[in-house]
Design a protein around this ligand. Structure first.
Ligand code: ADP
Length: 246
C-alpha cells in the first residue's frame, strides 16, 4: 500500500448535454402535440361523413390514420410528462376532488379500446365516498394508463375489474386484469424508465408505469403490483382521503 488514488471527473458537460436532451424532448413533444391533435380532429370529421360519403377502403384508411394519430399523441404525451418530471418543471395541484371524476375520465379514455377487444370494464365504485386529496388530472392519467395496460395485456373477450375502496384514511384505486401476467423476475423492473418485458409484442415506450410511479410519489401516494404469471395482474395506488375533521 503506497497510497490512494482519487480520480475526479468534471461531469458538467454531461449534465449540460442531459439538460439539452430534456429540453429538446420537451420542445419536440410539445410542438408535435398541436398538429397531431388537429390531424386527429380532421380525420374524425372525415369519418363522420359530413364532407361526403366514403367507400369502404377510404373508411378503413381513415380508421387507421385515426389510430396512428392517437398512438402518436400517447407517445408525445408520455415524452412531455417525462421531460417535465426530469427538469423538475412539473407543478402538481393537489386538492380535494371526488374519486368519481377520476374514474369517469379514465373509463371514457379507454372504453373504445376495451370494446375493440370485447373486454368488459367492471366498475366497483361505492356511493357517497368522501373526497380524495389528489392532483385530479395526473391521477386520472395514472388510472387511465393502468386501465389501458390492463386492456392491452389482456386476451380478447375478458374482463378488467376497476375498484375504488376506502381503507381507513386512504383510498385504494385498483385495476385487475386476467391477461398474460408478469413473470416474477420482471416484477421489480416494470416501474423503471424504458423497461419493457422481453418478447412483449404490444407497441409501447416502457415509460407509462415509470411516469405513474413518479406522479404518485410526487403527491405522497404509492403504487403497487401483484401478478400471477399467465393468469393476470393487479395494479393499485393509494392516496389519502380528505380529512374533514380538521
Ligand atoms: P409500455 O408502453 O411498454 O406498456 P409501461 O411502462 O406501461 O410501458 O409498462 C412496462 C412493461 O410492463 C410493459 O412493456 C409490459 O411488458 C409490462 N406490463 C405493464 N402492465 C402490464 C399488465 N397489466 N400485464 C402484463 N404486463 C404488463
Amino acid at each position: 500500500m503506497i497510497g490512494n488514488v482519487i480520480l475526479l471527473q468534471n461531469i458538467t458537460p454531461y449534465k449540460e448535454l442531459d439538460f439539452a436532451k430534456t429540453n429538446f424532448i420537451a420542445t419536440i413533444s410539445h410542438e408535435l402535440k398541436t398538429p397531431l391533435s388537429s390531424i386527429q380532429l380532421s380525420v374524425e370529421l372525415l369519418g363522420k361523413k359530413q364532407l361526403g360519403t366514403l367507400n369502404e377502403e377510404q373508411i378503413s384508411l381513415v380508421e387507421s390514420i385515426k389510430e396512428d394519430a392517437t398512438r402518436l399523441l400517447k407517445i408525445t404525451g408520455e415524452l412531455l410528462n417525462l421531460s417535465q418530471l426530469e427538469s423538475g418543471a412539473i407543478e402538481l395541484s393537489v386538492a380535494p376532488c371526488t374519486p368519481y371524476e377520476i374514474v369517469q375520465y379514465a373509463i371514457e379514455a379507454n372504453q373504445k379500446m376495451a370494446s375493440q377487444k370485447n373486454i368488459h370494464l367492471n366498475i366497483h365504485l361505492p356511493e357517497n365516498l368522501p373526497e380524495v386529496m389528489a392532483d385530479k388530472d395526473r391521477t386520472a392519467w395514472v388510472l387511465s394508463n393502468l386501465i389501458s395496460n390492463a386492456i392491452r395485456y389482456s386476451y380478447d373477450n375478458s374482463i378488467v375489474e376497476i375498484k375504488v375502496q376506502q381503507i381507513n384514511n386512504n383510498f385504494q384505486f385498483s385495476v385487475q386484469d386476467f391477461g398474460i401476467g408478469i413473470a416474477p423476475q420482471y416484477i421489480n423492473k416494470i416501474f423503471d424508465r424504458y423497461f419493457r418485458i422481453p418478447g412483449n409484442r404490444n407497441e409501447g415506450t416502457g415509460l407509462g408505469l415509470s411516469i405513474c410511479k413518479e406522479f404518485m410519489e410526487a403527491q405522497g401516494g404509492s403504487i403497487h403490483v401483484i401478478s400471477d404469471f399467465g393468469s393476470g395482474s393487479t395494479f393499485w395506488f393509494i392516496l389519502p382521503v380528505v380529512n374533514t375533521n380538521i
